[in-house]
Design a protein around this ligand. Structure first.
Ligand SMILES: N[C@@H](CCC(=O)N[C@@H](CS)C(=O)NCC(=O)O)C(=O)O
Length: 267
């Protein structure tokens, strides 16, 4: 059994296996310097190294893959938190949780049985909104705060996507609702992009991008649908964020995304 698989099925308290980490996890890559071969440039490389060695890895419980146990699964809220750690160059230590068979230690720290949960200042904190806000306060550099007036941009896309995905009637208007949300996002990015807060990626992008990733995979498969060519700014926004190093390192496998949404499609 791999170390990660052992972690995900263990009944030990997380602190008991604090050092038993997957060799491919971000913090060990940071520690070994493997991430620095070609990127980022040398100046920030030094800063990153110093930071990685001075901050102990943040513990975070995330969903385990269903198709490949021992790997990261398909929770967009977990990815949002991991993206925040990556963009802030914070080392972290993932605990993979099998949500179909939740271990006792996990239910103790997450009574609602939900991921993500992160340990901040010795307290386990639930909910990606709360976690990312607390991380921003504790580690403000680089800043990821989205100005309040821009923080709701794109916020209805996820629920519109789910409405369309679940719909059994092609004429019930759910596709049009999604298209209207995407269209207004397209106009916004055209005017204000490339990111929601302009030139720099920020917290709202990190919340929205995993949801757009799920939308692309799930609607592509279950509805043979894709973002129309008439919305080029949405398409380029997705392409830009999906190809970012932080996103590639934290994204779910497409097969997990499909398995994850299947019950909603066939409910
Ligand atoms: N509002 C929460 C939502 C978290 C959530 O719904 N997580 C899902 C996985 S993506 C979960 O843990 N569900 C419990 C389960 O599947 O048993 C957040 O932003 O963190």
């Amino acid at each position: 059994m791999s170390v990660s698989a052992a972690i995900s099925t263990s009944s030990m308290a997380p602190s008991a296996f604090f050092f038993a980490r997957s060799s491919s996890s971000s913090s060990s890559l940071l520690a070994s310097g493997k991430l620095f071969r070609s990127f980022p440039p040398p100046s920030s490389r030094r800063r990153l190294s110093a930071r990685a060695s001075s901050i102990p890895p943040l513990e975070v419980c995330v969903k385990e893959s269903v198709s490949s146990p021992g790997k990261l699964g398909d929770c967009p809220f977990s990815q949002r938190v991991l993206l925040t750690f990556e963009e802030k160059h914070l080392p972290y230590d993932m605990k993979l949780v099998d949500l179909s068979n939740k271990p006792e230690w996990f239910l103790k720290i997450s009574p609602e049985g939900k991921v993500p949960v992160a340990k901040l200042d010795e307290n386990w904190v639930a909910d990606s909104d709360v976690i990312t806000q607390s991380v921003e306060e504790k580690y403000p550099d680089p800043p990821l705060t989205t100005p309040p007036e821009k923080a709701t941009v794109g916020s209805k896309i996820f629920s519109s996507f789910i409405g369309f995905l679940k719909s059994k009637d092609p004429n019930d208007g759910t596709e049009q609702v999604l298209l209207a949300e995407l269209s207004s996002f397209n106009d916004y990015i055209k005017e204000n992009g490339p990111f929601i807060n302009g030139d720099m990626i920020s917290a709202t992008d990190l919340s929205l991008a995993p949801k757009l990733y799920h939308m692309e995979i799930a609607l592509g498969h279950y509805k043979n649908w894709s973002v129309p060519e008439s919305l080029p700014y949405v398409k380029s926004y997705m392409k830009t964020i999906f190809s970012r190093d932080s996103f590639v390192k934290t994204r779910a496998a497409p097969e997990d995304v499909l398995v994850g949404w299947r019950p909603k499609v066939f409910a």
